[in-house]
Design a protein around this ligand. Structure first.
Ligand SMILES: Nc1ncnc2c1ncn2[C@@H]1O[C@H](COP(=O)(O)OP(=O)(O)O)[C@@H](O)[C@H]1O
Ligand SMILES: [Mg+2]
Length: 365
């Protein structure tokens, strides 16, 4: 049993740089949590503090029922997988897998049984005699995973383990990691800058920015109800479109307006936007919630096609509306369309987001 609890966790590098700021996070036993955010936001620092590879400046880290703030890494019962695999180059795969257990003076028969099991799960049997340099990147990463499984720790920590792999292999390894977690449910923290990786792997996703946690939630929660404009723009690909609009309430109807745009919003939005009458707000619309053609009453606008990206399964359109670039996704691949065309674009009802221009918090009424 190993839940992880971070409370008021802070990391200062020197006197000037505050890398991790008041991070509070409760990770349940056996939960898989993905920690995601742009490069430099403090993900690795947070993970390394959990591992004991980095001193904490203040706060508490609990693993299971112990406060581990000052425990050395080897006493925390964790195993870590890094981006660069960190395998011992002069040792065979078998010896790499055995290394941690031999250090703990585990009997060789037990080690062999553990390696057999891990090799079976990860398809490593035919590679056991090879040296790491005789393996592809994907195979090396699988050995690194195997090394963690063999140790049977309370906690797995992953720091961008898939970032050196090509896109296809990355997708395969993602599935293997999911399968692994289902087979041996172990509390896991997975750091990545890739929101697709975070969304597909995490039971819950933690979004960080500038050392601070922005939101913690299931993939569906962070996609559907982003805690602020940053999360809204970070989660989802292609990214959410943002348009600066002004709220106008006239004769019982509420519209949001920008140059070349006037959308009449439904009742729930109207209630939420009532305090903003006459004021600017930020409207968000995901590319996949826009469609070509006239939609529900008052929810369409004209845009100018700038770039057509044919993906075979669908078209991605980059369009322009006044000073705003608007991406439209999910356009049927057969659609006859070219840059320079004028198109009618409609918004799916109920799929708009609004944010306060100052606080960037959602306007939910
Ligand atoms: N040893 C260090 N000394 C000084 N600054 C550091 C050190 N390690 C990381 N940083 C800084 O702390 C911030 C967070 O780093 P890191 O946790 O590695 O980010 P991430 O993993 O999210 O890309 C970055 O701005 C980085 O430059
Ligand atoms: Mg990092």
């Amino acid at each position: 049993m190993a839940a992880i609890s971070l409370s008021k966790l802070n990391k200062h590098y020197g006197s000037l740089f505050h890398a991790v700021k008041d991070v509070d996070l409760e990770i349940a036993d056996k939960e898989f949590v993905a920690l995601v955010g742009p490069s430099g936001c403090g993900k690795s620092t947070t993970l390394r503090m959990i591992a004991g590879l980095e001193d904490i400046t203040s706060g508490d880290i609990r693993i299971g029922d112990r406060i581990v703030n000052h425990l050395p890494p080897r006493d925390r019962d964790i195993a870590m997988v890094f981006q660069n695999y960190a395998l011992y180059q002069h040792m065979s795969v078998y010896d790499n897998l055995a290394f941690g257990l031999r250090n703990k003076k585990t009997p060789e028969a037990e080690i062999k049984a553990a390696i057999d099991r891990a090799a079976g799960m990860l398809g490593l049997h035919e590679l056991l005699a090879r040296k790491p340099k005789q393996l592809s990147g994907g195979q090396q990463q699988r050995v690194a995973l195997g090394r963690c499984i063999v140790r049977n720790p309370e906690v797995f920590l992953f720091d961008e383990p898939l970032s050196n792999l090509d896109a296809k292999l990355r997708a395969q390894m993602r599935i293997e990691i999911k399968r692994l977690h289902a087979a041996i449910p172990t509390t896991s923290v997975f750091v990545t800058h890739d929101q697709v990786e975070a969304m597909t792997l995490g039971d819950r996703v933690v979004i960080m920015r500038d050392g601070r946690v922005q939101q913690v939630g299931t993939p569906l929660q962070v996609y559907g109800k982003p805690a602020n404009k940053f999360v809204a723009g970070f989660i989802g690909a292609p990214a959410m479109n943002f348009v600066n609009v002004t709220v106008r309430t006239e004769g019982g109807a509420t519209a949001v307006e920008a140059t070349g745009l006037k959308l009449t919003v439904g009742e729930a939005y109207a209630r939420a936007l009532a305090p903003y009458n006459g004021k600017p707000v930020i409207m968000g619309a995901r590319p996949e919630h826009l469609a070509l053609g006239e939609g529900a009453a008052g929810l369409s606008f004209d845009a100018h096609v700038e770039v057509v990206e044919q993906l075979g399964s669908e078209i991605l359109l980059e369009t322009r509306l006044g000073s705003h670039g608007i991406t439209v996704a999910r356009v049927p691949a057969e659609t006859v369309i070219a840059s320079g065309d004028q198109v009618r674009v409609s918004v799916q009802p109920g799929r708009l987001h609004f944010f306060d221009t100052e606080t960037e918090l959602p306007i939910t009424g």
